[in-house]
Write a protein that binds this ligand. Structure first.
Ligand SMILES: Cc1ncc(COP(=O)(O)O)c(C=O)c1O
Length: 386
């Protein structure tokens, strides 16, 4: 019913994913995490209606916005939230920064699991907190948390908060209830707050199921700030719409205070309209998108089997594949250049996501299947010509 096969020309000025790279032509951009598909038709209708008004004055969120957000989390994740828990925010990483400042003091330590979305390191360090890294453990492409390492680092380094990524970018894990419970229990037992970035929560492949960490229990909810958004799911990054969900009133006030201190709270009129549209009317489009991306996952896993020189994990969630290129024996820089200059593909270097990402490459597969097939052929040529 919806079209994910059309190739659109995105090469307009300032389109980040398609920015030209000097000395290259015919590059397939598979790096930045946005999609090459048009968003759900309900968004275009809603945003066009706002544009047609021609008056773009200050905007607040209304009852219908809160209903749409609350109902989405109830329907999709059985996560029952209350209106007052929801703070609209222009971006997930902005919410994360405010939460870090609200929950910790300068010099405090914040833990992350690497490899992870690269701005995580920066948001901690730029806010003058100390960084503690616990590396995920790689079991043949399935990454897990090292709970002993987590607990010992929390104690040794006096960790105050964990910045958690669920589902996890770049390794594609959708954490199980058991994993989440163990993680949340360690945090609770040691007085560690959880900042859970769940921007990829809608992009999960069956039979995996995303469980919001705050949905585990009332106690965990009171210890957690959940940062979510419709932007990854519905390809709305530049519309700037997201939500922070904070059940605990004191934490909520503290995060709100940080937003006020930055003179940035609330979202614009296009973001309000788009959020209502997708949460009320975007479900059928999302279900079809997930089927399409599931087929893309299969294209990749069939093309790069476990015993090959380049192996790919089977992401349980996200549209990001984590290619293990260590058998090629190339440094990250050479690997990146091999993909870009010889292969004609722009991917993200694994080491961008932390030291433990060395030898890996992240590929964004949210593109038409014909483009993905061309990328597969190009990667195979890289292996053959090596
Ligand atoms: C885990 C994660 N968090 C946050 C973001 C960015 O969100 P925002 O643009 O709303 O700050 C991304 C984008 O790729 C992401 O992967």
């Amino acid at each position: 019913m919806f079209d994910f096969d059309t190739i659109y020309d995105r090469r307009t000025p300032g389109d980040v994913k398609y920015e030209p790279i000097s000395g290259t032509t015919d590059v397939i951009p598979m790096w930045v995490a946005d999609m090459d598909f048009k968003t759900a038709p309900c968004v275009e209708t809603a945003v066009n209606a706002v544009a047609a008004k021609g008056i773009y004055g200050y905007q607040s969120v209304d009852e219908a916005y809160l209903d749409a957000v609350r109902s989405w989390y109830s329907r999709r994740f059985a996560f029952e939230i209350q209106d007052e828990w929801i703070l609209p925010s222009p971006a997930v990483m902005y919410s994360v920064a405010c939460a870090i400042r609200a929950l910790t003091d300068e010099g405090d330590t914040v833990l992350i699991f690497e490899p992870v979305y690269y701005p995580f390191e920066g948001v901690i360090l730029h806010n003058r907190r100390q960084l503690v890294i616990s590396d995920l453990v790689n079991h043949n492409g399935l990454f897990t948390i090292d709970f002993d390492d987590l607990e010992s680092k929390i104690k040794k380094d006096h960790v105050k908060a964990v910045l958690f990524c669920s589902p996890h970018n770049p390794v594609g894990r959708v954490w199980t209830r058991q994993e989440l419970e163990r993680f949340a229990e360690i945090c609770l037992n040691n007085g560690v707050k959880i900042i859970s970035d769940e921007i990829h929560s809608d992009l999960v492949f069956a039979p995996n199921r995303h469980i919001p960490v705050a949905a585990l229990s009332e106690e965990v909810a009171a210890n957690t700030v959940t940062c979510v958004a419709p932007t990854k799911t519905f390809n709305l990054a530049s519309i700037e719409a997201s939500e922070v969900i904070i059940p605990d009133p004191a934490i909520r006030r503290a995060v709100q205070k940080e937003m006020i201190a930055n003179c940035r709270y609330g979202i614009n009129s296009f973001a309000v309209a788009a959020t209502k549209a997708v949460y009320n009317d975007g479900e059928a489009w999302l279900d079809e998108l997930l089927n399409y991306l599931d087929e893309s996952r299969t294209i990749l896993s069939q093309a790069f089997p476990e015993d090959g020189l380049i192996r790919v994990n089977q992401p349980q969630g996200t549209y990001l594949a984590w290619f293990d290129c260590r058998r090629l024996g190339l440094s990250d820089k050479l690997l990146y250049n091999r993909f870009l200059l010889d292969g004609g593909m722009r991917l993200h270097k694994g080491s961008t996501f932390g030291k433990s990402g060395e030898g890996f490459m992240r590929l964004n597969f949210a593109c038409p299947h014909s483009v993905l097939q061309e990328a597969v052929d190009r990667i195979k040529r890289i292996i053959k010509d090596r």
